[in-house]
Design a protein around this ligand. Structure first.
Ligand SMILES: Cc1cc2nc3c(=O)[nH]c(=O)nc-3n(C[C@H](O)[C@H](O)[C@H](O)COP(=O)(O)OP(=O)(O)OC[C@H]3O[C@@H](n4cnc5c(N)ncnc54)[C@H](O)[C@@H]3O)c2cc1C
Length: 459
């Protein structure tokens, strides 16, 4: 019998594992892929190291404020900011028809941008920021509050509301077209108050760091292994069955597989309407020569005055998107390859229904259309010249990497903030506990380990 079994070697599972292993508990982490990291991982392809997922790490750790979530995370994992070697963004942009707002990791600069672009909204925007400053997004007892409702009670200009929603929704909303204000507050603070960065050594350096810390503390990592079922007596999980038929008995089970995906392992049916509908298509293109417009780190764009964050009716919806330039961060050693990532909303069911040959054909076609579309916002970027390789992800890739039903990026819109399930010793961590992104998912793993196990053995 072990103390804790963790399902999933994404960022939440690794963080939960480290936290538990620090206290000499016997922990086994099971990950179905050969490389940990979940959605944010890496793979070699044609001589290059491709990174799936990662655009930027949110919650950039400023030494001026060590009370922020990233510093909490470092203390809990007994790591330092130097271990993560995050480098700040240069400048990001939110572009809608007739207006463009820029932001850096210096929040007052963003306030100036809003003041200049929407002068009549200045005081109302500042009142909103002051409300946001006083809002406790970690108080899970606060009932659901529509973000659109809150924003429109402060801000009168609809275009500004849509522009504020666009990056926040793209970087973490499981709900279509609106989100709980707690989630908005958390994401807004992570992206705009604290800012964006990328690790000097890429995502691999962070994954290696976490894996080493976990195994050094005595944690057991089993890769290429899938948990197929969780056997229970109606109250407790008795044992997990892994793909080779081996049973594993554990006092506690943490699952980062997702709410309904975890319930499916216990034999429960999944209510189809409760699974997430938000999925993405993402292309990663590597160029031989440096790219133009070197000061843009990330571009969020939308072709229309209002932003439709919902499952598209076709394969993808290029009318809004995110374009990330991983090279355009303040690295100490400049990168030697030049990458562009483009993310669009995508429809899982339509991709799923394609035959193998249609799938390949549509991937190429939608990629070409995505490049053509974003060129309008980035006229200096010539996709037809010097592109060495590209790789394209669809909702089926996200499903493969995360096991999430519908390839839903941010899991179910139903979140379980306390991480509790119908079983006393089975807890959720990661996306469906309600914290997303790399930093959010690590905090989720830490919080759930503390709350459900460590607080009990330490009291
Ligand atoms: C295209 C894209 C871009 C993104 N960009 C960013 C970004 O720039 N910055 C950022 O902070 N976040 C980003 N995210 C979000 C971020 O990737 C996720 O929020 C985060 O990875 C979630 O971590 P997790 O541990 O909860 O889950 P996951 O990463 O989904 O990890 C869960 C793991 O569990 C494993 N698993 C599931 N079921 C089983 C089973 N039965 N047995 C064994 N293993 C199992 C899966 O293989 C997976 O490895 C992006 C996501 C996408 C899709």
């Amino acid at each position: 019998m072990i103390d804790a079994l963790i399902i999933g070697g994404g960022f939440s599972g690794l963080a939960a594992g480290i936290r538990l292993a620090h206290f000499d508990l016997k922990v086994c982490l099971i990950e179905s892929h050969p490389v940990p990291g979940g959605l944010n991982t890496f793979y070699p392809y044609k001589g290059y190291l491709f990174e799936s997922g990662l655009h930027a790490v949110t919650n950039f750790p400023s030494p001026k404020n060590t009370k922020t979530p990233f510093w909490k995370l470092l203390r809990q994992l007994r790591l330092t900011a130097d271990d993560f070697a995050l480098r700040p963004q240069k400048k990001s942009r939110i572009c809608f028809p007739g207006a463009c707002l820029e932001f850096t990791n210096d929040f007052p600069f963003f306030i100036t941008q809003v003041e200049q672009t929407f002068p009549e909204e200045r005081d109302r925007f500042l009142s909103f920021i002051s409300y946001l400053n006083g809002f406790d997004e970690y108080d899970f007892s606060t009932p659901y509050l529509s973000t659109r409702y809150v924003l429109s009670s402060f801000i009168h200009e609809p275009l500004l509301i849509e522009m504020l929603l666009c990056p926040v929704m793209y970087y973490g909303s499981a709900q279509e077209n609106d989100l709980d204000f707690k989630d908005f507050a958390l994401l807004f603070k992570s992206i705009f108050f604290e800012g964006l960065g990328r690790p000097e050594g890429g995502i691999k350096s962070i994954i290696d760091l976490l894996v080493n810390r976990f195994t050094e503390c005595g944690g057991e990592l089993r890769l290429n292994t899938t948990v197929n079922a969780l056997e229970h007596d109606g109250h407790q999980i008795m044992r997990a069955h892994i793909q080779n038929g081996e049973p594993i008995e554990s006092r506690h089970v943490f699952s980062s597989a997702g709410l309904w995906e975890t319930m499916r392992l216990t034999g429960q049916e999944t209510p189809h309407e409760k699974t997430g509908r938000i999925s993405f298509m993402e292309s990663i293109s590597i160029f031989n020569t440096p790219l133009q417009g070197k000061d843009t780190s990330i571009l969020f764009y939308n072709d229309h005055p209002s932003f439709a964050y919902k499952q598209p009716e076709g394969l993808t919806d290029p009318s809004s998107g995110v374009v990330c330039f991983p090279d355009h961060f303040h690295y100490e050693t400049p990168l030697d390859s030049f990458t562009v990532k483009i993310t669009h909303l995508a429809n899982y069911s339509i991709w799923r229904a394609l035959s193998t040959s249609e799938y390949s054909f549509e991937k190429e076609k939608t990629f070409r259309s995505a490049c053509h579309h974003v060129s309008r916002y980035l006229p200096d970027l010539d996709f037809s010249r010097n592109m060495a390789f590209s790789d394209i992800f669809t909702p089926l890739t996200i499903e493969k990497f995360t096991h999430h039903m519908n390839g839903s990026v941010y899991g179910s819109p139903v979140k379980k903030r306390e991480g509790k399930t119908a079983f006393d010793n089975l807890y959720l961590c990661g996306t469906d506990q309600g914290l997303v992104g790399i930093v959010g998912s690590m905090l989720s793993g830490i919080t759930m380990a503390n709350q459900h196990v460590l607080s009990k053995i330490n009291s």
